[in-house]
Design a protein around this ligand. Structure first.
Ligand code: T4K
Length: 403
């Protein structure tokens, strides 16, 4: 459909958007406000604000309990955690990652002059395609970073078998996958280590924050040193390091978020089921499924728009939703390989990434979490339904004009 024939935004209520206030993807989930303020008051009283304080230790302990992982080393954010993990594992040369991820996965390598080599995804799982991954291994490859996109674990078994065959190390970007499991084992326990994100927009948030989780004692000691300038005690620097520390106030927020973890999963699941029931039967729209016996956090509602069936394509639907103040997102369009500096460095990368290109043009993420009610979801789905119906009418008239 060209721009000329595109139906106008619905703006049903006298030209005003259906939602007076924007409905965001990534609106933070917040635990008990009084408990947060209590903890903040406590840390102010103690005058211990950062540098491995008691709240950080408690938060790390809780993450270990939930994931069953031996070590949790919190960080100021997941991007720095990725950078530190990559360095600690001595990755260099080339490291294979999916292009279909948040750009932080690629930047964490490029920032350290390691070349991210972009592998394609499986069109159905949306995660790293192991077959494609193996074809990209060269003598310069030192590692693989799998991404558990939207909290659905990548094909860990195949990725690790390939890594073993080629003597490569594997770590995982598990930014979306806290609280999820694979084959009954909690995410956090796979590869050399896994990186979690506790950014404001994540399932569990600590305002900003991240963590490296690992069962490897040596690696845990190393990343602990690296996040604090390499200090092993007063005036004793024994390693190259940076400042990757999580402040106490962030750990306080994270701890209270954890107390509401089950409630948040419940709300996410309720919202997901509501979207599923409202969108059932809408031609060309498929809701990404979470069907699995494993644990999921249901934090992302991802819809695939098939333009050969749907009257509107993904971009047109997102535009419609924005006009109604529903700020749906095109995560992770256009794929890292089409972002700078990778686009300039690897101008032909798209030729090897057909599934990434396909899905990056088809997927949209819809609002969920504590701030989204069942009624909101009904309205969002009504907007989608009305926009598609309107587009179908326009299409029909255009086809009549042609005949
Ligand atoms: N690996 C993966 C696979 C990731 O997805 C991410 C981050 C990382 C690594 C790195 O983790 P961190 O270093 O961030 O810990 C957002 C987040 O900033 C980012 O953490 C997240 N992934 C990514 C998927 O989403 P943007 O650029 O989309 O953020 P922005 O500013 O557009 O915010 C998203 C939406 O959330 C907006 O509609 C507004 C809403 N929002 C945001 C914040 C911060 C709020 O309502 N309140 C808020 O406080 O990246």
């Amino acid at each position: 459909m060209n721009t000329e024939n595109k139906p106008a935004p619905l703006a049903i209520m006298g030209g005003k958007p259906r939602f007076a206030e924007p409905l965001h993807v990534g609106r933070p989930n917040v635990g008990d406000k009084h408990r947060i303020l209590e903890r903040i008051e406590g840390l102010i009283e103690r005058r211990w604000f950062t540098n491995d304080g008691p709240q950080v230790r408690e938060f790390e302990q809780k993450i270990c309990e939930i994931t069953g992982v031996k070590h949790c080393v919190t960080m100021c954010n997941a991007t720095v955690a990725l950078e530190i993990a990559i360095r600690a594992l001595d990755f260099r040369g080339e490291v294979i990652i999916p292009s279909y991820t948040f750009v932080a996965t690629a930047h964490a390598l490029q920032w350290q002059e390691i070349t991210p080599v972009f592998a394609d995804i499986d069109a159905s799982t949306l995660n790293l395609d192991p077959g494609c991954l193996e074809r990209l291994i060269t003598p310069r490859t030192t590692g693989i970073i799998g991404v558990h996109l939207w909290g659905r674990p990548c094909n860990i078994k195949d990725v690790e078998a390939i890594a073993k065959r080629h003597s490569l190390k594997v770590m995982y970007d598990a930014a979306h996958a806290f609280g999820c499991s694979d084959g009954g084992r909690m995410i956090g326990n796979f590869g050399e280590c896994e990186v979690l994100s506790f950014h404001a927009t994540k399932f569990i948030n600590s305002f900003e924050g991240g963590a490296i989780v690992t069962n490897n004692d040596e690696l845990a000691n190393k990343v602990r040193l690296m996040r604090n300038f390499g200090f092993a005690g007063f005036d004793r620097v024994i390693y190259l390091g940076t400042n990757g520390k999580m402040p106490e106030v962030c750990a306080a927020m994270g701890l209270v978020s954890l107390e509401s973890m089950d409630d948040i999963v419940g709300i996410n699941l309720r919202n997901y089921e509501e979207y599923r029931s409202q969108l059932r039967g809408v031609a060309g729209l498929t809701l990404m499924d979470y069907t699995s016996t494993d644990k999921r956090n249901y934090h992302y509602v991802v819809v695939q728009v098939d333009p050969s069936v749907s009257a509107l394509n993904r971009d047109e639907l997102v535009e419609m939703l924005h006009a109604e103040n529903v700020l749906a997102r095109k995560y992770f369009w256009p794929g890292c390989h089409r972002m700078q500096p990778y686009r300039a460095l690897f101008p032909n990368a798209h030729l090897l990434l057909p599934n990434t290109e396909l899905r990056a043009a088809q997927l949209m993420v819809l609002p969920t979490g504590q701030c989204v009610s069942k009624d909101d979801i009904k309205t969002i789905c009504d907007i989608i339904g009305a926009a598609l119906a309107q587009a179908n009418v326009v299409k029909h008239f255009l086809s009549l004009r042609k005949t």
